[in-house]
Design a protein around this ligand. Structure first.
Ligand code: HEM
Length: 203
């Protein structure tokens, strides 16, 4: 075997390892948070089914805003462009503020929700997994809202539109790179579960 083909074989092996590892942790966190997702999805669906007017929809968006706004501030302390290159281009809680205002509502600052513990980059990634993942269910949420005659204020649930799949995959790649030890994996999983749980408490 030539040096070049040995090099290529090595690169291919590393690629396969990275892919296998990515799949492994992606599956692990999805499994670890499956029940929490089902519980939350059930509660959010129930909330949506009670929406009759735009005022009701504003009320629901405010619950999201008053959780994700302080949560995003905690995440931003650790997830900078050094960790996630496109961080500045990612959706944040300001899209919720935008939707609330488009619908004629306004933001108050009297909420102080229970938040997950975020004291390092692993916990911040776990919380961000939940926030970014919420985009995946967004199109189903929009469908449900349209059935309830809502016509605007969808930017938060729309997420990234066309480029969504790529952005999700890139996030998972970075998440996976940081899941480098059992301790790191544990911290990410616990933070993700807490992020789901704390949000569920608000419904
Ligand atoms: C009625 C509300 C919701 C519905 C119907 C829903 C539905 C879904 C669906 C179908 C997926 C899988 C999409 C895919 O694999 O392409 C998904 C993934 C996900 N959702 Fe939701 N979702 C809802 C609410 C939420 C909320 C409020 C959050 C977080 C705050 C959330 C967090 C996630 C996460 C983290 C994933 C990624 C799971 C993974 O593949 O690792 N979802 N959701």
């Amino acid at each position: 075997m030539s040096v070049i083909s040995m090099g290529k074989a090595l690169i291919d092996t590393v690629k396969i390892d990275l892919k296998a590892n990515k799949i492994a942790f992606t599956k692990e966190i999805k499994k670890a948070t499956k029940k929490a997702h089902v519980d939350l999805e059930r509660k959010v669906t129930k909330e949506i089914k009670q929406i009759k007017t735009e005022a009701d929809y504003i009320k629901m968006l405010k619950v999201f805003y008053h959780y994700f706004q302080p949560l995003s501030e905690q995440i931003d302390r650790f997830i900078t462009a050094d960790v996630l290159a496109d961080k500045a281009q990612r959706r944040n809680a300001s899209s919720l503020k935008h939707d609330i205002e488009e619908l004629g509502g306004s933001i108050s600052s009297d909420a102080s929700p229970q938040l997950p513990e975020i004291t390092n980059v692993h916990q911040a990634l776990g919380a961000m997994y939940v926030f970014e993942g919420s985009i995946l269910g967004g199109r189903f949420v929009i469908e449900m809202l349209k059935k309830r005659s809502m016509k605007r204020g969808f930017s938060f649930f729309q997420g990234y539109g066309e480029g969504g799949g790529e952005k999700w995959n890139y996030f998972l790649t970075v998440l996976n790179q940081h899941a480098e030890s059992d301790e790191a994996k544990q911290e990410i999983n616990v933070a993700a579960s807490q992020t789901f749980h704390c949000f569920s408490l608000l419904f």
